[in-house]
Ligand binder design. Structure first.
Ligand code: LLP
Length: 439
């Protein structure tokens, strides 16, 4: 199992099984990490984040120089990570006042921040204007009017993109599709609302419309949805030039490319995704007779997903004879809600017995009061014993970001590993943290 997880890039780049038979990441023995910091523990491999960021950035710059990679911070936002993203020369996609405030705290260059969201509040919009954000991606008429008015009040001209709803299907879970007509995101083209948004934006002296954005969804392994959405977006842009004199200066297909959660997943290598996307954009530009615009991509998962591994300790083991073995972990849906809401699949290994062959299948359950709190159903593992250390790879994106205090769970500690050195970047929560906001 460990070998397959290594060769299929389900585990971080630096992962290996050391001579003790333990999973090692970033030169650190995960069994030692668990002893030192306790479990559940999230381990992030810095080298993997650096490599994934560089794969996006360097390929895109090479094949399409007028471009920018933004890290979608909704995948995971933490001070150490945004500092690293800044150091790696990526821009940032934020979707809330909180993500924006964090970007501000770490001194992220604001001209490289894009602000998304289908219902930005007046306070958020005002803050974005005050901080002089690079772009606001406008998602509704309500926001268009609000932004135009507040920008005028502050004497600013804000650069914007309009988010299109191109009406295409992405091959992913319904909850993660965003480009379909029946979606809360963006201005539908087919209904005429996108054109009306363009007209209103062009008529607002406090707004500078640079182009369009069309994120179609997340967890996508095929490029046809991007090709379709981009073709529709560019055809729309051509019409907007013809009818309203709008020049398409910038285009963003968003992010959304999938990673390997299990050895069965076959994501395209990141450089290949970048090459195909740029080809799609160039072809769309050529077909519509438009100049190739500046291209902005927004990966989240494909930057941090593979870098993160969750470590849990096995506690209770319940055998239902002839039916199933439930192996309960000390974490679960409070730190990883994804299996419960998307039916997301994961792989696992015993980090302290990583070279042992699997026995029968077991079900890895969480510790929270909910029957749906199961992380992995029926996975072959060496028969787990209480005290074993379970590692679940591909836990770097949308786990901690969507974590909760359900059952007053304490959010896990986070350690970043690099060159054999662990760095605790977040301590485990305590009851004091949970009570800090209670008056
Ligand atoms: N850009 C926009 C406008 C987005 O809405 C998203 C994700 C991204 C970029 C980044 O997508 P990524 O490259 O990370 O797939 N909670 C779900 C995923 C929700 C994604 C929301 N938007 C999950 O756990 O799979």
């Amino acid at each position: 199992m460990a070998t397959e997880l290594l060769t299929r890039q389900v585990l971080p780049d630096t992962a290996r099984v050391n001579p003790a038979g333990h999973l090692e990441i970033g030169g650190c023995d995960t069994v030692d990490l668990a002893h030192t910091y306790g479990t559940p523990l999230y381990v992030y491999d810095e080298a993997t984040i650096r490599a994934r960021a560089a794969q996006h950035r360097d390929t895109l710059r090479a094949v399409y120089p007028s471009s920018e990679v933004l890290y979608a911070s909704k995948a995971y936002a933490a001070p150490w990570l945004l500092r690293l993203i800044r150091e790696l020369d990526l821009g940032l996609d934020v979707v809330s006042g909180g993500e924006l405030a964090l970007a501000e705290r770490v001194g992220f260059p604001m001209e490289r921040v894009y602000f998304h969201g289908n219902n930005k509040t007046p306070d958020e919009v005002r803050r974005a204007l005050e901080l002089r954000l690079g772009r606001v991606v406008v998602d509704s008429f309500h926001e268009l009017d609000l932004l135009a008015r507040l920008a005028a009040e502050l004497g600013r001209r804000q650069r914007i993109l309009i988010r299109l709803s191109p009406g295409v299907e992405a091959h992913t879970h319904d909850y993660r599709k965003t480009g379909i007509l029946d979606s809360k995101f963006g201005f539908p083209i087919s209904t005429g609302q996108a054109e009306e948004a363009v007209q209103r934006a062009l008529a607002a002296p406090s707004l500078e419309l640079l182009g369009f954005h069309a994120h179609i969804g997340s967890g996508i392994y095929e490029m046809d949805g991007y090709a379709e959405a981009t073709a529709i977006g560019f055809e729309f842009a051509r019409q907007m030039r013809e009818r309203h004199g709008l020049e398409l200066r910038e285009y963003s297909p968003g992010g959304g490319w999938g990673i390997a959660y299990t050895p069965a997943d076959r994501p395209m290598p990141i450089p290949e995704v970048m090459r195909q996307l740029t080809r799609i954009v160039r072809e769309a530009a050529q077909r519509t007779g438009l100049q190739p615009p500046r291209l902005v991509v927004e990966p989240g998962r494909s930057i941090v997903g593979t870098a993160g591994v969750a470590l849990y300790t096995v506690g209770a083991i319940k055998v239902v004879p002839g039916l199933r073995t439930f192996v309960s972990l000390d974490g679960g849906m409070a730190d990883n809600i994804r299996p419960a809401i998307y039916g997301a699949r994961y792989a696992a290994l015993l980090a302290n017995r990583a070279s042992e062959p699997p026995d029968g299948p077991v079900t890895l359950a969480g510790k929270y009061c909910e029957s749906g709190d199961v992380l992995i159903k029926d996975i072959p593992l060496p028969a787990p014993r209480s005290g074993d250390l379970v590692a679940i790879p591909a836990s770097g994106a949308y786990n901690l970001a969507m974590s909760s205090n359900y059952n007053l769970a304490y959010r896990p500690a986070v350690v970043v590993v690099a060159d054999g050195e662990p760095r605790l970047v977040r301590r485990r929560e305590t009851i004091e943290d949970l009570l800090a906001t209670e008056l």
